[in-house]
Design a protein around this ligand. Structure first.
Ligand SMILES: C[S@@+](CC[C@H](N)C(=O)[O-])C[C@H]1O[C@@H](n2cnc3c(N)ncnc32)[C@H](O)[C@@H]1O
Length: 209
């Protein structure tokens, strides 16, 4: 939890309380369904919560804007972002039912009213959002094919709408097709070694590839 306060010192008491509850909620659920690796559960604030919040260093979601988290698994990056941006609506989607069950339990446990979830493949979703966020789900080309048409071309809330994808490693080859993609190194924002190779890719949706 100290990692979160270090980089997000202006949290409200309610947000602090919610972030505080996360570890115990995931610890309990992890005993039944493995959503966070055993090694990671003790470092959940660094490896999952702060990593998810890396997106917030690139984009501050505005009140009223809408975000879909594709392949959310146990709720990353969607749940931490929903705590940080309580006036933004989040739709967390995963094709595995038991993962969405955990998401729903965590959402209810925290009383997150700005989160809804769906147990389906993202290809089945027929809605448009200001932003699509994701971590560790598919190669960019596949991902873009899945979500094409699901980002609002022009947003009343946001100027930089598009995909915000948490990725690691060398992305030169994977992003060669996407001339408008911008890569942000999370090591510029967070000093822990874990973030050395971690990046946020922003792909604006005017891209027609
Ligand atoms: C490696 S996990 C990552 C989970 C989470 N984003 C995280 O970083 O902890 C990938 C998740 O994507 C989901 N997934 C893969 N393809 C999907 C699709 N087409 N639609 C919805 N979910 C998908 C899988 O069920 C799995 O839970």
């Amino acid at each position: 939890m100290k990692e979160i306060l270090k980089y997000f010192p202006d949290l409200t008491e309610d947000q602090k309380e919610k972030f505080n509850q996360l570890q115990d909620l995931y610890k309990d659920w992890n005993l039944k369904i493995n959503v966070v690796s055993r090694k990671d559960i003790d470092e959940i604030y660094l490896r999952h919560v702060l990593h998810s919040l890396g997106i917030a260093k690139i984009q501050q979601f505005k009140p009223g804007s809408t975000v879909m988290d594709v392949g959310t698994g146990g709720g990353f990056p969607g749940i931490p972002l929903a705590i940080l941006f309580p006036e933004t609506q989040f739709h967390l989607v995963d094709s595995i039912g038991k993962k969405i069950k955990v998401v729903n339990e965590v959402k209810d446990g925290l009383g997150l009213e700005n989160v809804k979830s769906s147990n389906c493949r993202v290809e089945e979703i027929d809605e448009q959002y200001d932003f699509i966020v994701s971590r560790a789900v598919a190669q960019m080309e596949t991902f873009v094919r899945w979500v094409r048409g699901k980002v609002k071309k022009k947003s009343e809330h946001e100027l930089k709408n598009g995909i915000l994808y948490l990725k690691g490693g060398d992305l030169t080859e994977e992003l060669a097709l996407y001339k408008t993609a911008k890569i942000y190194n999370l090591s510029s924002y967070f000093e822990e070694d874990f973030f050395e190779t971690k990046k946020v890719v922003h792909l604006p949706m005017k891209y027609k590839g």
